[in-house]
Design a protein around this ligand. Structure first.
Ligand SMILES: Cc1ncc(COP(=O)(O)O)c(C=O)c1O
Length: 426
């Protein structure tokens, strides 16, 4: 086996597909709000030899030899996460967002205990209690939703919490365009004696950049993916206050013990070896997110989303909650007599990638819902600003006004390409 041969020679089939994907991203507009473009430094760490190393355990307490270097990497990642978000404790090992959330459930509650989260079809996430997910099968899931105006119905949630006495309340979501009021969830959790998990996956970059309230210091425990607005590699972090006991020992389920409970839940609870290449890449992304440039970036993400919202509102589009305070827009297409599926397809033909999405109280089914969800993190990473958002808003309007016209959609695709070429992914 020749370990020195590069990918192009070793596996031209996969090489070509990677090149094709890079071209697809460069030539189009990636507007799925959970996506972003990482830096070259992050990519370099992901492609490093750190991927070869096994290191089950935590720095200084590993089950394998040869961990002295990866220990340093993980310590740097943990320290940067704590500093950036103001937490006492950070676990940077979750392989992604779903396992991070699973670890919190595993750490804090027992099977069959009651959990409460935002209904996926109102903008939550499947790990917040969807019946088909572990969170809705292993646990007794009660779901809260949004009001008719699209805002999360905190009053309904409060009533449900008093009625069902959940052991865990989950805040956060994946298709909500407004500010999460973390302290309201914590107050309700305290009232009913529940733990509160704030899942800030979507807004973590906005939190780091100071344009969205930070749940750390309010919520009992916070999870975040690292690959959305935070602009890192795929991965996740769990943050909490207090300190983990060393060495890991069995402790009772109390708020003070959350750091220890979380660390034990990740390993030996639900994962084996950490992905060290990923940990290094997370460390790099956290360093980037602590810079003044990142603050400017986070601000621009929101300015861009608001600009796009203005253009779409002007053209008669109905935005759930009436607008956005974050990186994303949820559009209800019912008044345009097109479905989310049709819109996703037409925009795709025009080189604009978005995703179909349910809207709160959607009369349609999840696989063919009434809405689309779009966001500005990836476009903003390419350097696009208000002017480009105005152009893109007009292109989206034109495409959705002509979903069956191949010629118009092809013409829009050429315009998209022209624009995209001016903002290469760096
Ligand atoms: C709010 C929220 N939590 C968790 C996740 C899960 O993350 P992953 O896809 O990395 O498992 C997502 C991903 O979409 C999310 O939006």
């Amino acid at each position: 086996m020749n370990n020195n041969s590069n990918l192009k020679q070793t596996d031209p089939e996969i090489y070509k597909l990677i090149q094709a994907e890079v071209a697809r991203q460069n030539d189009g507009l990636e507007m799925i709000p959970s996506e972003n473009h990482t830096s070259q430094a992050v990519l370099e760490a992901l492609g490093s030899r750190l991927t070869d190393k096994y290191s089950e355990g935590y720095p200084g307490q590993r089950y394998y030899g040869g961990c002295e270097i990866v220990d340093q990497v993980e310590n740097i990642a943990r320290d940067r996460a704590k500093k950036l978000f103001g937490a006492d404790h950070a676990n940077v090992q979750p392989h992604s967002g779903c396992p991070a959330n699973f670890a919190v459930y595993f750490a804090l509650i027992d099977p069959c205990d009651t959990v409460m989260g935002l209904n996926l079809f109102h903008g939550g996430h499947m790990t917040h209690g969807l019946k088909l997910n572990f969170s809705g099968t292993i646990y007794n899931s009660i779901q809260y939703g949004c009001r008719e105006d699209g805002f999360i119905d905190i009053n309904e949630m409060h009533k449900l919490a008093l009625e069902h006495k959940p052991k865990l309340i989950v805040s956060g979501g994946s298709a909500y365009a407004q500010i999460y009021e973390w302290e309201k969830y914590q107050a309700i959790a305290d009232e009913v004696g529940a733990f509160h998990l704030a899942d800030m996956s979507h807004v973590a970059g906005l939190v780091a950049g100071g344009v969205h309230p930070n749940p750390v210091g309010i919520a009992d425990v916070v999870t975040t993916t690292t690959h959305k607005t935070l602009r890192g590699p795929r991965g996740a972090i769990i943050l909490a206050n207090g300190n983990a006991s060393t060495p890991l020992k069995k402790v009772e389920r109390s708020k003070e013990n959350i750091p220890t409970l979380i660390d034990r839940a990740i390993i030996p609870g639900i994962q084996g070896g950490p992905h060290n290449h990923q940990t290094a890449a997370i460390a790099i992304a956290l360093k980037e997110a602590a810079t003044p440039e990142f603050k400017t970036y986070a601000k621009q993400i929101v300015v861009n989303a608001k600009t796009l919202a203005e253009v779409l509102l002007k053209h008669g589009f109905e935005l759930v909650t009436g607008g956005t305070e974050t990186h994303l827009l949820l559009i209800n297409l019912n008044n345009k007599s097109i479905t989310g599926k049709q819109a996703e397809k037409a925009l795709g033909q025009a080189g604009i990638t978005v995703n179909k999405n349910t809207v709160p109280h959607d009369p349609r089914k999840p696989f063919d819902p009434s809405g689309i969800r779009m966001g500005t993190p990836a476009l903003t990473s390419r350097g696009m600003k208000k002017n480009e958002m105005k152009i893109i808003g007009e292109l989206i309007f034109k495409a959705l006004d002509n979903i069956d016209d191949e010629k118009i959609l092809t013409d829009i695709k050429s315009e998209v390409l022209e624009l995209a070429k001016q903002f290469p992914i760096k």
